[in-house]
Design a protein around this ligand. Structure first.
Ligand code: ADP
Ligand code: MG
Length: 707
């Protein structure tokens, strides 16, 4: 097929086979280049949508697309997924018999297959069919496995260089979620595709909500977290084998279906845990880091890090395993200083100790951040996010900031004057006019900014500089003794008076105030019960067909069905993720279930108000923070419910929240301020010492007394 024809076919083919109406960012460019015969190197975050980049071209190339994939255990799922979409595909690996192998070779020779998955170890058995006549394209998934620089080196990947030598005309596409430059370079060189067109997509996975909590009483916190997620799949990452087992046991004891997964289990045991998880037979896996690569299960709804991960790359890959379907997912990290010490201990004496420790330091900074966490993550991957994300705990509950532009200018100009060659410690020494030997030896006392930050303590400077790094105003160069560098943004601060917001180190910000944030909040999944019914239907079908449930339809498809209530085949087809084959095979059953639901709905009374829901939970003994968590609401919102309910006469022990004495003070403030509309004047009147919720509730009490 020529290129123009195939370009016109991209979207119809995407819809017909995968059910999607549009491409995700860069997928189209990648697909087009690959179809034109160019070698490609794709860097996309976990869950970003790499598979389409070779699966769609495979449908448009004349011959076979060979897919190299490292995990035998997961090939079957990937092939099942393709088959469920009506695409003829197979896999070839050491788990199969000679007969099966023979059959596949025949299928290839007869040109019956679009895609063939193979592990690198088995490649030599395919020698007979690896020629220009049969083969149109080669995809190398998880391509970082070829590089010893990457985090998951596999020696068998190193023979892949021979593919390009043997078949110079067959285009190769290499795909990975590992972003760093050294690894990327190594991959293209080893594969013999140094001129490969590189595609680096954004690492932003907006549907994943980021949250960090102190690691006090983790089990209890997890228990609470799970209350709302009784059927949702998730993974808890732990540092030790023992922790995975203890935790899995505890979760089983309180009624969850959880399993441990770690390197101490046999291969078979591990495969079983993995399979049960993928097939929705096990809800929760408590795993050491060895779990999850290559699992394409799209309905993993949450990830918990029981311990601090050792670097941001690892953390990001792990949380990326949630929410592949694009629906909201949640990443919760527990942070403790004990973990930091423990991890540091492992690192001491390692070959690249300094680098590892520096990376751990960045992880720690992320966990301790007082600015948008997503900004920090993305700046780590070299991206700048201009606006705060609104989908992390810090955005939802931000500390109070002041204009730190001058402080930032002082620090950044010191970095510039020290020629971007010094680490944080020296920058602070110079700012504070330190007279130690290191400063003197280098003659830094003559630098123009020497001593301009005397009035600020060492500790505060350190905090401010971390904040500057976290916000992308500066970067650490690990390979250059952690020297601080300027960025494009820092130049804006130095030369364009770009405003920088800073806050003080945590301990003086004792009063925590929840600031309501409307925009940017993740869409809450309001369910009317249909989703659950469709989920059960999906599970039954999956059991019958012996494929993972998410391969029947993703959670995203079920959610859309719940919203759209399709009545006809065409309406069903218009849902993203419903392709031709799935409509034909599963359409009838799903449409029937939906119709049945709609019929029953018509007979039912109307649903409860949001205030009523809060009241019922409160009366059932849930605390305010429980309610916030369960309902994914802001504390301010829940308190405003409580206030309204109280005023309307609901039975609320209001003085548990605001004492008589406090009400009196608020009454006085009301008089002094001549009864302002907003709460802020009160907050300021009390010198920020009376939290907003008390003010709000106090006013309700006064309001109720006077009416
Ligand atoms: P990874 O980059 O980790 O290999 P996958 O290829 O497994 O990611 O894709 C992640 C999820 O995104 C899958 O469920 C896939 O079906 C979905 N997806 C990929 N491309 C699109 C698209 N254009 N529209 C909607 N969903 C998509
Ligand atoms: Mg993948």
């Amino acid at each position: 097929m020529n290129l123009i024809d195939s370009n016109e076919k991209l979207i119809p083919t995407l819809k017909k086979y995968f059910g999607y109406d549009s491409f995700r960012p860069q997928q189209e460019e990648i697909v087009t280049s690959f179809l034109a015969g160019e070698d490609c190197m794709v860097i996309m975050p976990t869950g970003g949508g790499k598979s389409i980049c070779f699966q769609l071209p495979a449908l448009l190339f004349e011959g076979l697309t060979l897919v190299i994939s490292p995990l035998i255990a997961l090939m079957k799922d990937q092939v099942d997924g393709l088959k469920a979409n009506g695409i003829s595909a197979s896999f070839f690996n050491s788990s199969q018999s000679t007969d099966e192998h023979q059959k596949i070779l025949e299928q290839v020779a007869n040109k019956e297959l679009r895609l063939l998955y193979v592990a690198p170890e088995s490649l030599s058995y395919l020698e007979v069919v690896l020629n220009n006549e049969n083969l149109s394209a080669i995809a190398i998934d998880e391509a970082h496995c070829i590089s010893a620089w990457g985090h998951d080196f596999r020696p068998s990947y190193q023979m892949l260089g021979y593919l390009k030598k043997k078949l110079p005309k067959v285009p190769i596409i290499a795909l990975t979620a590992t972003a760093d430059k050294a690894t990327r370079q190594d991959i293209v060189e080893q594969l013999g595709i140094p001129k490969a067109k590189q595609f680096i997509t954004s690492f932003d996975r907006q549907n994943i909500y980021l949250e960090v909590r102190p690691a006090d009483d983790r089990i209890k916190q997890i228990e609470r977290f799970l209350k709302k997620r009784t059927t949702e799949s998730g993974i808890v990452y732990c540092l030790s084998r023992k922790a995975t087992e203890t935790l899995a046991n505890k979760l089983n004891n309180i009624g969850y279906n959880a399993k441990a997964y770690h390197a101490g289990l046999s291969f078979d045991e591990r495969s079983k845990v993995q399979e049960d998880f993928v097939y929705d037979k096990t809800q929760i896996v408590c795993a050491t880091i060895a779990f999850g690569m290559g699992i394409d299960k799209s309905n993993v709804r949450w990830i918990i890090h029981y311990n601090l991960p050792k670097n941001i790359e690892g953390y990001y890959q792990e949380i990326g395993r949630s929410g592949r379907d694009g629906l909201k997912a949640r990443a919760l990290l527990f942070h403790s200083y004990g973990d930091v010490i423990q991890l540091r201990k492992f690192m001491v004496g390692a070959g690249n100790e300094e680098l590892q420790i520096a990376k751990l330091e960045r992880m720690k900074q992320f966990a301790e951040a007082t600015t948008c966490r997503r900004k920090i993550l993305l700046s780590y991957f070299g991206e700048t996010l201009e606006e705060n994300c609104g989908k992390c705990d810090v955005c939802d509950n931000p500390p109070s900031f002041f204009d730190g532009t001058i402080i930032a200018q002082k620090a950044l100009s010191t970095i510039a004057r020290l020629k971007e060659s010094e680490a944080t410690g020296m920058i602070i020494d110079v700012l504070r006019g330190a007279q130690n030997a290191a400063v003197m030896e280098k003659g830094y006392q003559t630098i123009k900014t020497y001593g301009i930050g005397k009035d600020v303590s060492w500790k505060y400077w350190q905090h401010y500089i971390i904040m500057l790094i976290n916000q992308g105003y500066s970067e650490i160069a690990y390979q250059e003794n952690n020297a601080l560098k300027l960025t494009a943004l820092s130049k804006k601060v130095l030369f364009e008076r770009y405003k920088v917001n800073l806050n003080h180190p945590p301990e003086i910000d004792k009063i925590k105030v929840a600031v309501p944030k409307k925009e940017g909040k993740l869409q809450r999944r309001e369910t009317n019960g249909l989703f659950e019914r469709l989920r059960i239907l999906r599970k039954n079908i999956a059991l019958e067909e012996n494929i993972p449930a998410y391969l029947v339809f993703s959670d995203a498809v079920l959610t859309d069905m719940e919203k759209e209530l399709p009545k006809t085949d065409n309406e069903l087809l218009s849902i993203s993720g419903v392709g031709q084959r799935k409509m034909e095979v599963y359409g009838e059953e799903f449409l029937r279930e939906i119709a049945q639901f709609v019929k029953e709905q018509k007979k039912k009374p109307k649903k409860k108000s949001t205030f009523q829901v809060t009241l019922e939970m409160f009366q059932n003994g849930l605390s305010i923070s429980d309610i916030c968590e369960e309902r994914e609401l802001q504390e301010t919102t829940v308190y405003s419910h409580i206030a309204k309910l109280y005023v309307e006469g609901a039975e609320i022990p209001i003085h548990d929240f605001v004492s008589q004495e406090e009400v009196k003070q608020i009454k006085e403030a009301q008089k002094a301020l001549s009864n302002p509309e907003a709460l802020k004047p009160y907050f300021e009147f009390f010198e920020e010492k009376m939290p907003y919720h008390k003010i709000r509730l106090g006013l309700s009490v006064i309001n109720k007394e006077t009416t």
